[in-house]
Design a protein around this ligand. Structure first.
Ligand code: KG4
Ligand code: ZN
Length: 409
């Protein structure tokens, strides 16, 4: 028997028939190990426009008809409470390699998963879990399998359904973790989603939850990968994105905002004017390498040079990402632009996106996850798992397997 019905979670068909409706209080334990962070979270569904203190939340009304809501098109969007969200970072271990070393990451996940799970359960006073959500791809194969095997064992021991989650969808849905119901701020569809992380750079048209179309992607390196490799060339360590952003912001600005630039570094903006939505960042990293290698030792070690080349690299990526995303949003008549993935934590990228939308008086709603939900975490996996469950794409635990190159559609 389906454990949800067994445990009394009512299910009905929505008015549109597109989604079933479920009662509030579905608790999802989510696990994410696609790269180098061991993440476990517990999220709980909550009806829209209600707060924990609202009398309609919980208690006697919990399973009544009035507290049911739907997640389909035209319906109110649900909200989620994050009961616990723990990320065990392996950055220190991978730092000396200048990037993620997959077999080392796998070993660390194996070691960390039981500890992080225990911490998560302890923090939430061991609540009764309804579903287990697990990232199945895309990501590093050995890391994905470690999480999957762990989740399968839990699902079997606890007799719970296991839900396979696409990591890219999770990065997009991170925008619903801090969802607001303020008028004018709710994400409207269609949305153009830019997912920029260490492993991916994709432009995706989202017509609804579960309805995605890939418009373009990187043909070689992802934006985050380019930042990580550039940082390695410049000796700034790993992860590269925050290190480069840190150097770039130290540049002093002169009067009327003209940079007091000494080295006049000019890097390419790859594919910026092409009439497609694809990206390419490996040439940018090569241009950095070439510029760096042709400088005398004295300049390579100069703080000013490092800051300037960091600023120019970051700006090149920002220019390309903004131009292509806005073009896609205009071409597909999107109502919203939403970002996700580690690189969307970049303050300059967020600021310049906003400025461009305002300057050009564009009518898009612009949303980014809060900083801690840009990089890998399992709370976003929990939300994505919830929608997979609504779409009835739950699989038998035997059929769940890793797919390092999994596509969102
Ligand atoms: O989403 P994420 O945590 O993992 C993947 O799914 O890949 O993204 C990690 C990437 C790394 O390349 C890292 O350098 C980049 O996100 N990143 C940033 C910032 N914080 C992390 N890039 C630019 N600015 C940041 N503040
Ligand atoms: Zn990620």
């Amino acid at each position: 028997m389906n454990p949800h019905t067994k445990r009394g979670l009512t299910s009905l068909k929505s008015a549109s028939g597109a989604y079933p409706c479920y009662g509030v209080g579905v608790k999802i334990l989510a696990i994410e190990t696609s790269c180098d962070d061991t993440c476990v979270a517990i999220v709980e569904t909550r009806p829209p426009h209600q707060t924990r203190t609202s009398p309609a939340f919980g208690g006697a009304k919990r399973r009544s008809q009035s507290s049911l809501w739907c997640g389909g098109k035209g319906q109110k969007q649900p909200r989620f409470d994050i009961l616990s969200n723990i990320v065990s970072s392996q950055v220190e271990i991978h730092r000396k390699w200048g990037g993620v070393y997959p077999t080392l990451a796998k070993r660390e996940h194996q070691k960390n998963l039981p500890l992080v799970l225990e911490k998560t359960l302890k923090k939430t006073k061991r609540p009764k879990i309804d579903l287990i959500a697990i990232t199945v791809g895309p990501g590093l194969d050995p890391c994905l399998w470690t999480g999957i095997n762990f989740a399968k064992k839990l699902a079997k021991d606890w007799n719970l359904p296991i839900i396979p989650v696409n990591h890219i969808e999770a990065h997009i849905l991170a925008n619903w973790l801090n969802i607001t119901t303020r008028p004018g701020r709710v994400i409207r569809f269609p949305a153009t989603c830019l997912v920029v992380s260490g492993g991916h750079t994709q432009l995706i048209l989202m017509k609804d939850f579960g309805n995605y179309k890939i418009l373009g992607e990187t043909r070689d390196d992802a934006a985050g990968e380019c930042l990580d490799k550039t940082a390695r060339i410049l000796g700034l360590g790993y992860p590269g994105g925050p290190a480069i952003a840190n150097q770039a912001k130290k540049i002093r600005r002169g009067p009327a905002s003209t940079d007091l630039s000494r080295y006049k570094i000019q890097l390419p903006r790859p594919m910026i004017n092409q009439k497609n939505y694809d990206f390419s960042f490996s040439g940018l990293k090569t241009a950095v390498l070439y510029n760096f290698k042709t400088q005398p030792q004295r300049i390579r070690k100069s703080k000013k040079y490092i800051r300037e080349i960091c600023k120019e690299t970051q700006q090149s990526i920002i220019d390309v990402l903004i131009k292509k995303t806005i073009k896609a949003a205009k071409d597909y008549k999107a109502e919203s632009i939403i970002l996700g993935g580690g690189v969307s934590a970049n303050k300059e990228l967020r600021k310049q996106f906003q400025q461009r939308i305002q300057k050009e008086k564009l009518n898009f709603r612009f949303r980014v996850p809060s900083f801690k939900f840009c990089t890998d975490n399992a709370a976003m996996t929990g939300i994505a798992g919830y929608y997979v469950w609504l779409r009835d794409e739950t699989k038998s635990w035997k059929k769940i397997k890793a797919d390092a190159n999994l596509k969102i559609c």
